[in-house]
Design a protein around this ligand. Structure first.
Ligand SMILES: NC(=O)c1ccc[n+]([C@@H]2O[C@H](COP(=O)([O-])OP(=O)(O)OC[C@H]3O[C@@H](n4cnc5c(N)ncnc54)[C@H](OP(=O)(O)O)[C@@H]3O)[C@@H](O)[C@H]2O)c1
Length: 264
């Protein structure tokens, strides 16, 4: 268990749908949140919902050269420094792989995988100075089960899951925790109208950001290493691990639907 009251939490993606709900939920349990995003207006609106000083906006582009290092430098001057880091930023990408430009693929991996890696690397000395600390990555079902139309995004989330699993194992004899927590489809601007239409046709359930945020905060407090939100996603993610051929066949049957929605 990790009590969040009066802790400083560094939260990326705070201007997003899940991130802003998570920011509200973290403040709700007494945390002070350093809210990272690129959209300053949205970060300021988020901060204005709470008592002064509870949410500190930090505008940063994590995919830019030196972006993660700048965040590390700024938070290292805070008192107290963050003892919980929640990585809830990401870039989405829906479409057929061969239609994405090499530049877009590189930007996706830079945002979703390289930025978390360099941010965690830079923050480790600060985190180790706390008697108890956690790093939490917000993953995705597609980090356990790669989906057609989301090949590059799935690769970035598989990478993120591997990073968190490796770090958790490397720090197993310390008080520093690494958690990989996966929402399923959630009603935010992350999903384009094409993704929403495909989800409706495939009868994919969509969660509300506030419900996801409540589950994420409970998981952060409990310290569990992994969590997949929602049935049947929990089951499919596990089946994909042990019997991927079953999932191959199921998704092959759905491929015409994916192709139809993924066409530009
Ligand atoms: N929504 C879903 O269906 C769903 C399902 C499973 C997992 N997830 C995961 O949940 C997390 C949150 O998703 P969401 O639905 O809240 O998405 P969202 O509403 O699109 O928000 C994405 C957030 O990431 C930030 N971001 C993107 N690129 C960035 C960059 N280069 N530098 C700094 N910040 C950047 C955005 O900041 P600005 O807007 O300020 O640029 C925004 O705060 C992501 O990790 C996503 O992969 C989402």
């Amino acid at each position: 268990m990790i009590a969040l009251k009066d802790r400083t939490v560094l939260l990326t993606g705070a201007s997003g749908g899940i991130g802003s709900a998570l920011c509200d939920a973290l403040v709700g349990v007494g945390a002070r949140v350093v809210a990272v995003g690129r959209n300053e207006a949205r970060l300021r609106a988020l901060a204005s919902r709470h008592a002064p000083g509870r949410v500190v906006p930090l505008v940063a582009d994590l995919a830019a050269d030196g972006g993660p290092a700048r965040v590390v430098d700024l938070v290292s001057r805070l008192q107290p420094t963050p003892s919980v880091v929640v990585l809830a930023h990401a870039q989405g990408a829906f479409g057929l792989f061969d239609e994405a430009s090499p530049e877009a693929l590189e930007a996706l991996v830079r945002t979703n995988l390289v930025a978390p890696m360099t941010l965690i690397h830079g923050l480790l000395p600060l985190l180790r100075a706390h008697p108890q600390a956690s790093v939490v990555a917000v993953g995705s079902t597609f980090g356990s089960l790669a989906f057609p139309g989301f090949a590059a995004y799935s690769a970035s989330k598989f990478g993120l899951r591997g990073l968190m699993e490796g770090l958790a194992r490397e720090h197993a004899d310390t008080s520093l925790r690494f958690q990989y927590l996966s929402p399923r489809a959630t009603r935010t601007a992350f999903n384009t109208p094409q993704v929403d239409a495909m989800n409706r046709e495939m009868k994919v359930a969509q969660d509300e950001p506030a419900d996801v945020a409540a589950q994420l905060v409970a998981a952060i407090v409990s310290g569990r290493r992994r969590m997949q939100i929602g049935w049947p996603e929990k089951l499919f993610a596990r089946i994909n691990g042990v019997l991927p051929g079953l999932v191959d066949r199921n998704l092959a049957a759905q491929l015409p639907i994916v192709r139809r929605h993924a066409r530009p």
